[in-house]
Design a protein around this ligand. Structure first.
Ligand code: DP6
Length: 335
């Protein structure tokens, strides 16, 4: 039996399946996609080419924080991020245009203007909103009229976590089982929780030393602790899903923090070890634990970078603004 990753379904095959007919493009289109923070993390793929995950994951989209993108037809490819032109040799340019190659009709060139309201490559999931915004903008440009699950699948081909940036609010990315990943798609959860807050502490906006794709692959290949990761998700995902549906912060907070710590444990045990934490990250985690000991209901989560994100409810916001004067507070359900 060939391993699933050896099967020859590639990203182009999936794109052609979802978009069998190429439509003429408009001159230009614009769209937005939110950033998202995972409460139950995605770490490890069952198929690299299609970015199919080993487990499900669950996130909250960050409202108006994310990527606004304009794509226009042009005589050659160009990318600007927050108004700054990017060199063709830059990682962002290469990654984005490799993705756009999946969709362009030959001879088409694109001018892409991307505006991020989040620091790039600092574990704040800017690639997720960028790829989802790309798909949303192409959907307008070409008038594809695709639904959430198709846009989720296409976004995933750019970056796994982008599959969740398709919907606002709480979103679950179902791992799926099919080799072509047509069942590996995000679904919006029916939960509106206006009091839910995410606090962002940007401890360092520096580029991360190991990208998440490489990090998760190295963890899968070299970390003995990774064997326990699917079981961790099997325990946490139902608890987090139910807590989100019931708006039960007392269940959500501990499960989300433990899930994030367990993910980092798997990567610290990889070789060479992957340690995204900086001294400030550890100091912040300790402060969170201290605040909890004093009765403040706050929990932490971290992704592939040094920054710590706080999870709390509106009633705790003042205490946390005092404890962390630089805290950027996000209300995912505000207009
Ligand atoms: C730690 O989606 O960036 O943020 O699919 O390889 O592009 P690729 O990885 P990416 O990984 C995100 C990992 C994470 C956890 C999460 O967002 O669930």
């Amino acid at each position: 039996m060939p391993k699933e990753s050896d099967l020859t379904i590639d990203a182009q095959t999936i794109v052609n399946q979802i978009l069998p007919h190429r439509l003429p493009a408009q001159e230009s289109a614009e769209a937005f996609a939110p950033a998202n923070i995972a409460l139950c993390k995605y770490w490890g793929k069952r198929n690299e080419a299609l970015k199919l995950p080993l487990t499900g994951s669950l996130s909250v989209s960050l409202g108006q924080l994310g990527t606004r993108m304009r794509i226009s037809l042009d005589d050659r490819d160009r990318l600007s991020i927050n108004g700054t032109p990017q060199l063709a040799e830059s990682n962002a340019y290469k990654r984005l245009f490799a993705f756009l190659d999946l969709f362009r009709v030959s001879g088409t060139a694109f001018r892409v203007e991307s505006h991020n309201s989040i620091p790039m490559a600092a574990g704040l999931a800017s690639s997720a909103s960028a790829f989802a915004a790309t798909v949303n903008t192409l959907n307008q440009l070409y008038g594809w009229d695709l639904g959430d699950s198709q846009r989720s699948i296409l976004s995933r081909l750019g970056s796994g976590s982008a599959s969740r940036s398709i919907c606002p609010g709480f979103v679950e990315w179902q791992a799926g089982e099919r080799p072509d990943g047509m069942d590996s798609t995000a679904v919006a959860l029916e939960s509106v929780w206006p009091e839910f807050r995410v606090g962002i502490l940007t401890l360092s906006a520096a580029e991360k030393p190991v990208g998440s794709s490489e990090g998760m692959q190295r963890t899968l290949e070299t970390s003995m602790l990774f064997q326990s990761w699917p079981n961790q998700v099997a325990k946490d995902l139902p608890v987090i899903r139910e807590a989100v549906l019931q708006k039960d912060f007392k269940s959500l907070g501990p499960a989300a923090e433990q899930n994030a710590m367990a993910m980092h444990a798997t990567m610290i045990a990889a070789w060479p070890p992957i340690i995204y934490w900086q001294p400030e990250s550890v100091a912040t985690l300790r402060r969170v634990h201290g605040l909890r000991a004093d009765g403040v209901e706050v929990f932490a989560t971290m992704d592939a970078g040094p920054n710590v994100k706080l999870l709390f409810e509106a009633k705790t916001e003042n205490d946390l603004r005092q404890a962390f004067p630089d805290l950027k507070v996000i209300s995912p359900f505000a207009d």
